[in-house]
Design a binder for this molecule. Structure first.
Ligand SMILES: [Zn+2]
Length: 514
């Protein structure tokens, strides 16, 4: 019954969008326009007022579940059930993937740091060192190895990049405890590199400039390292670095309680399996509120796009992702990408991300895939620039403004670009303040936040900008449908094409010399 109804609807729509083509000359230019024509036809069907109906439902779900749709709460599960049922009825192949998140970290006894050789001494907790919150438990006695420290410590400014690069661990002997100076990059990056190098534990030490010498309590927010982590004073760090071959005992007695949630993944029936166009939005809110703009808006817009696209026999496979636990550290998308084989990653030709697309005091920000703004993080993987251009074309043709926003990895595209998958998307602003220049282009209020209810209880159905929701939902429909038909601007990353481009690259210098 369901499938038959879908097929009938498909036939109707295809006829409707095919008719205008009959009037265009059969030249190659017209053929190239077909994806654009189909994408515009789909775009015109993704209407803000229909997207708003899904948002009304998310609000009802939050109201019935303590005012939140956060990961691990009944409000999230009800949101997921709503989206799942809609997509199943539309004929999508729907599945879920497991996501783990930390619920609580508890320390049962103070951590221990002792020098065993060359000199037996016990460092004082908390005067000399403290446990890093989220540390795994462990009791290790091993040799300490200094990782790229700047010793002696210069005055200001900060100069240590210790452990920030995988190369810093080039000579690291697995099983040793990494002694890593603070500085430059997040602690979590340093510990991640240490884990990759086979460390059995990590002792951070404060960098050493004035005001940066004492141990201090912080949360590394990653509970899966599997080894103990503490942070010591600069003095302890220098003491341990002093004599090569120094061994220590490092013990942390703690436990993270882990919660479970799910991502929802929906694959279209149509399209080539090896050519996947992926669009994603996080479905969870923060615990403080119902999360209707952040990110009911992106979720509802891709849901409505999926429902309309279900009736189009696309050339490429389209996959929609509704991420869990984004607000807890991009966990759903991170764990999804981490769980894919290289072959599965290669099939994902691009990833479109939509996180907050209807901010009350909005600016149409486009992820700066080509780094044309030269701000913050660099350009995305090859193809990201072309994705940004497609959005620019969509808004430009309609006389609408747009502006770049740094590709800083602050939403679910982060894991995709880290895996070399090109990405792009739309963002209408969070807690940032609208400038006078932006107000001149986009309207709204200067010197006020883009979303005054960001991560607050008031991010409710009244926190939605209807005009922005309509405009951006259409752009979401357009971009998804366009790539569902045309991936010619996006580099193919499968093994065969990578080998081809490598061969071309090798020849290039000779060619240039001639
Ligand atoms: Zn968000």
């Amino acid at each position: 019954m369901r499938l038959r109804r879908n097929l009938v609807r498909t036939a109707t729509l295809v006829t409707a969008v095919t008719l205008p083509l009959a009037f265009t000359p059969p030249a190659s230019a017209a053929t190239a326009d077909i994806p654009d024509v189909l994408a515009n036809a789909l775009s015109s069907q993704v209407k803000g007022k229909n997207v708003k109906k899904h948002l009304d439902r998310f609000q009802q779900i939050a109201d019935a579940n303590g005012g939140t749709r956060a990961a691990g709460t009944p409000g999230y599960d009800a949101s997921l059930a709503y989206v799942r049922d809609k997509l199943r009825r539309a004929g999508y192949k729907v599945s879920t993937t497991d996501v783990e998140f930390p619920v609580n970290w508890e320390e049962f006894s103070p951590s221990v740091l002792q020098q065993v050789t060359p000199e037996a001494k016990t460092y004082a907790n908390p005067a000399d060192f403290v446990t890093v919150i989220s540390s795994s438990p462990g009791d290790v006695t091993a040799q300490v190895q200094v990782v790229d420290a700047v010793i002696p410590v210069p005055g200001t400014p900060n100069t240590s990049t210790a452990g920030c690069e995988a190369a810093d661990f080039a000579g690291f002997v697995p099983g040793r405890i990494a002694l890593i100076q603070r500085g430059t990059c997040p602690f979590v990056d340093k510990a991640t590199n240490a884990k990759a190098a086979g460390a059995a534990g990590v002792i951070f030490f404060n960098e050493g400039q004035p005001g940066r010498t004492d141990p201090f309590v912080f949360d590394i927010r990653e509970w899966r390292f599997g080894f103990p982590i503490v942070i010591a004073s600069t003095a302890v760090g220098l003491d341990l670095a002093d004599t090569p071959g120094t061994t220590v005992r490092l013990k942390v007695d703690a436990k993270t309680t882990v919660g479970q949630t799910k991502n929802l993944i929906a694959d279209s029936l149509w399209g080539k399996k090896g050519e996947v166009v992926m669009a994603g939005a996080h479905l969870d809110s923060v615990t403080e509120g119902p999360g209707i703009n952040d990110n009911g808006s992106g979720s509802a817009a891709i849901l409505e796009t999926a429902l309309k696209l279900a009736y189009l026999p696309t050339k490429n496979k389209v996959r929609f992702a509704f991420w869990g636990a984004e607000e807890l550290g991009l966990l759903g998308s991170d764990q999804y990408v981490a769980g894919l084989s290289q072959a599965e990653r290669d099939k994902i030709r691009l990833y479109l991300n939509f996180d907050m697309v209807a901010s009350p005091n909005d600016v149409t920000f486009l992820y700066d895939g080509d780094d044309s703004d030269a701000e913050g993080a660099g350009a995305g993987p090859a193809g990201s620039a072309e994705i940004e251009k497609l959005f620019e074309k969509f808004y430009g043709k309609r006389g609408l403004g747009f502006k770049g926003t740094d590709f800083d990895g602050r939403s679910d595209y982060g894991a995709f670009i880290a895996a070399g998958i090109p990405a792009g998307g739309i963002f209408t602003g969070a807690e940032g303040i609208k400038t006078a220049e932006e107000a001149a282009v986009f309207g709204g209020t200067a010197d006020a936040p883009y979303d005054p209810c960001y991560h607050a209880a008031c991010d409710s159905i009244t926190n939605i900008n209807a005009a922005a929701l309509d405009r951006n939902s259409r752009a979401i429909g357009y971009s998804t449908a366009f790539y569902a038909y045309d991936l010619s601007t996006i580099p193919d990353r499968d093994a065969a094409s990578l080998a081809r481009s490598a061969a071309t690259a090798k020849r290039a210098p000779e060619d240039a010399a001639r």
